[in-house]
Design a protein around this ligand. Structure first.
Ligand code: UDP
Ligand code: MG
Length: 310
């Protein structure tokens, strides 16, 4: 019989936390009185994570392990877990117990009420530096402004998804993934469960600045062609400025104020730049279109159909 619930857990160099996570999550999932599976995705760990996971899988068949050939990143690990998950509801959670496993139960309750996505919302964020919290909230604002997608505040990747949402997310074939943005983009009925984010149970964060910048860039680029069209806006701005300068110089000439010949240089050069930027921007707009096509997101997503025979 297949599992009703799947818990997907990306792990990278987490030898200090996997056993603690297992010990915490099992009693919680057993309270559901339903079949469940815990899918650990070992994202190319170089420590003893793999050995520990294999031990767990040996003693408990509800534990499943996917070993990556190298480190592909948390987003890829989540995708692998979602692809293999068989549950009607699928939870994504970090292994470090920062997100409390007990919160899975109220998430399941919300799912039973008919919600398709349940976000874990952090009321308090312990174990995160001021810098991380500030940059994260600034990024969220910037992301919303540029992409027009509203990522719920203080929500990470700890979420529950209904099977139909998982099927859509898995079928979105884009290469560089940003689950938070994709979850917003797909729509469906969404709600929250609130919790206090704790400190890591052990070990250190697996995100360095390079990984964070890559994730943040992917989020914007995958969801908006706006940066590509900036060149047109700059071009138009500069073009207007240059034309105004021309007008001012002509007026001065007309009222017989002599302007040095070099004054004509600024509007002439800036007009040339403006024209270049505008054409460059236009070609960027086509690039953005090509990117959209290549990304191949579905043109629409149906939540349900009523009175259809098939
Ligand atoms: N993780 C991963 N691959 C990576 C980096 C992180 O699978 O390249 C996992 C990690 O083991 C953890 C989760 O993603 O389960 C979140 O990572 P972390 O706790 O380091 O992030 P933070 O909470 O500091 O943002
Ligand atoms: Mg963490």
């Amino acid at each position: 019989m297949k599992a009703k619930y799947s818990v997907v857990v990306p792990c990278y160099n987490e030898e200090e936390t996997v056993n603690a996570f297992y010990d915490a999550v099992i009693p919680v999932m057993e309270q559901t009185k339903e079949r469940f599976e815990i899918i650990f995705v070992n994202d190319g760990s170089k420590d003893r994570t793999e050995d520990l996971l294999l031990e767990l899988a040996k003693k408990d068949k509800r534990v499943k392990v996917i070993n990556f050939s190298k480190n592909f990143g948390q987003q890829a690990a989540i995708l692998a877990g979602f692809t293999e998950a068989e549950g009607d509801a699928v939870v994504d959670i970090d292994v470090d117990l920062q997100d409390p496993v007990e919160a899975i139960l109220p998430m399941i309750e919300k799912w039973k009420e008919g919600f398709d996505v349940v976000h874990g919302k952090r009321l308090v964020r312990k174990g995160e530096t001021f810098f991380k919290k500030k940059t994260s909230s600034l990024y969220t604002k910037f992301f919303e402004r540029i992409t027009g997608l509203k990522i719920p505040k203080n929500c990470g990747d700890f979420k529950l998804f209904d099977r139909k949402v998982i099927d859509v997310l898995v079928n979105m074939k884009e290469h560089d993934r940003f689950l938070r943005g994709m979850t917003e983009w797909v729509g469906f009925k969404q709600t929250f469960v609130e919790f206090e984010r704790k400190e890591r149970v052990a070990g250190k964060t697996k995100y360095n600045v390079k990984k964070l910048v890559k994730l943040a860039t992917n989020g914007i680029v995958a969801n908006s062609g706006y940066p590509l069209s900036l060149s047109i806006k700059c071009g138009i701005g500069l073009g207007v400025l240059s034309l105004l300068t021309f007008v001012a110089l002509i007026v001065l000439e007309c009222v017989k104020v002599s302007v040095p010949l070099a004054s004509w240089l600024f509007p002439t050069i800036s007009l040339l730049f403006a024209i270049t930027w505008i054409f460059n921007g236009l070609s960027n707009v086509y690039t953005a279109r090509i990117y959209n096509e290549v990304q191949g997101r579905p043109k629409y997503i149906i939540r349900d159909k009523i009175n259809f025979e098939r």
